[in-house]
Design a protein around this ligand. Structure first.
Ligand code: ADP
Ligand code: MG
Length: 331
């Protein structure tokens, strides 16, 4: 007997170990009922992943479940929000129970890790697999991180390493198209960086809580493009020291330092945070960020709006000419 929609929801999406006191009613009724702390904003974000646009059909469903959640939590992190709930709209051409099992396991692994509850969703059949997650969280009304808040003189920081997500995407793509059959350890590292981005929740919360920054975003489309959003919304320009860009050992092993820098600049899907820090807060960063164990690097500075160059690139303190645009894969 074919599995009904209700059995499917019950079997795969109601077995979560997270139970939050702010969820009065979760999956099962027409709506979920939740409550928001009275002194907080509710931060809400939605992202969709469509097969062949954002992932290949052969992706491990566990990885897909993880990544769909991670990318949404990353958006909450970039506002300095504490994640609370997600909902899932899932479209699949057919019901495949082992696929659903692995997908929900990947999803619950990261949801449980961040104490986030799945509170509802929608399950439909359609020609092309697609996953839409809406994530909601709480942020402090006075210290939320916004992309329009960069000020002249602020230092520009990024977390983690950059360029891995794009390099990982190229490798996944080559494997899928059989241009490549085996991967070495460095390549495997980059593929894992693409499939398992770490949402920088504790970093976003700490930047907001201690007012170390009031301006951040997450790097989903590449540093040049995403930093460009900060600059445009804040009405400023930036000087970037390309020789300060943090690149992983694996990226440098495979591409060399200069090529790795270009990947770091144009790369997408890193899901690291880019944030600006006023000069008077710079000295406090180490004290508050060290306990988090999240690497962070100063890569440049915000300057007065430059009418010709949005981003001025420097290497060893000297201006260099780089013609870079943000990379758009698939799409
Ligand atoms: P309705 O037709 O009233 O919208 P549905 O049959 O779509 O209800 O869903 C029944 C319940 O299951 C709802 O609470 C809905 O939020 C939840 N739900 C449906 N699909 C999913 C899913 N993929 N993940 C989590 N919850 C789901
Ligand atoms: Mg419905």
């Amino acid at each position: 007997m074919p599995i009904t929609e209700f059995d499917l929801i019950n079997t795969f999406f109601t077995q979560q170990s997270v139970h939050r006191p702010d969820v009065a009613l979760a999956i099962g009724d027409d709506c979920a009922l939740t409550s928001v702390p009275h002194n907080k904003f509710l931060a809400i974000t939605t992202d969709t992943m469509v097969e062949n646009s954002h992932f290949y059909p052969n992706i491990n469903p566990r990885d897909l479940g993880y990544k769909a959640i991670a990318t949404n939590l990353s958006d909450l992190a970039s506002m300095g929000a504490e994640p609370a709930w997600v909902s899932l709209a899932l479209t699949l051409p057919k019901v495949n129970e082992s696929w659903l099992q692995a997908f929900s396991q990947g999803m619950f692994k990261i949801l449980n890790e961040y104490n986030v509850a799945l509170i509802g969703g929608d399950t439909t059949s359609g020609a092309v697999p697609s996953i839409t997650i809406t994530a909601q969280g709480f942020c402090d009304k006075n210290t939320v991180l916004r992309r329009d808040q960069a000020k002249v003189g602020d230092w520009i920081y990024v977390s983690g390493t950059l360029g891995d997500g794009l390099a990982g995407f190229h490798l996944i793509s080559d494997l899928y198209q059989s241009k490549k059959s085996a991967v070495n350890l460095d390549e495997e590292f980059l593929i894992q960086r693409n499939l398992h981005p770490i949402p920088r929740i504790s970093l976003g919360l700490t930047l907001s809580r201690y007012q170390l920054s009031c301006c951040a975003l997450d790097l989903s489309d590449g540093l040049v493009g995403d930093l460009g959003h900060i600059l445009q919304h804040s009405g400023v320009s930036a000087v970037l020291n390309v020789d300060h860009l943090p690149c992983s050992r694996s990226l440098i092993n495979l591409y060399g330092r200069e090529q790795a820098e270009l990947l770091a600049l144009q790369g997408g899907e890193d899901y690291e945070l880019c944030f600006t820090v006023p000069d008077h807060q710079k000295a406090f960063l180490e004290r508050y960020l060290a306990p988090l164990n999240v690497p962070y690097t100063c890569i440049g500075r915000i300057v007065e709006k430059n009418p010709t160059e949005n981003i001025i690139y420097q290497r060893q303190g000297k201006m260099v000419d780089l013609h870079i645009s943000s990379f758009e894969h698939f799409k």
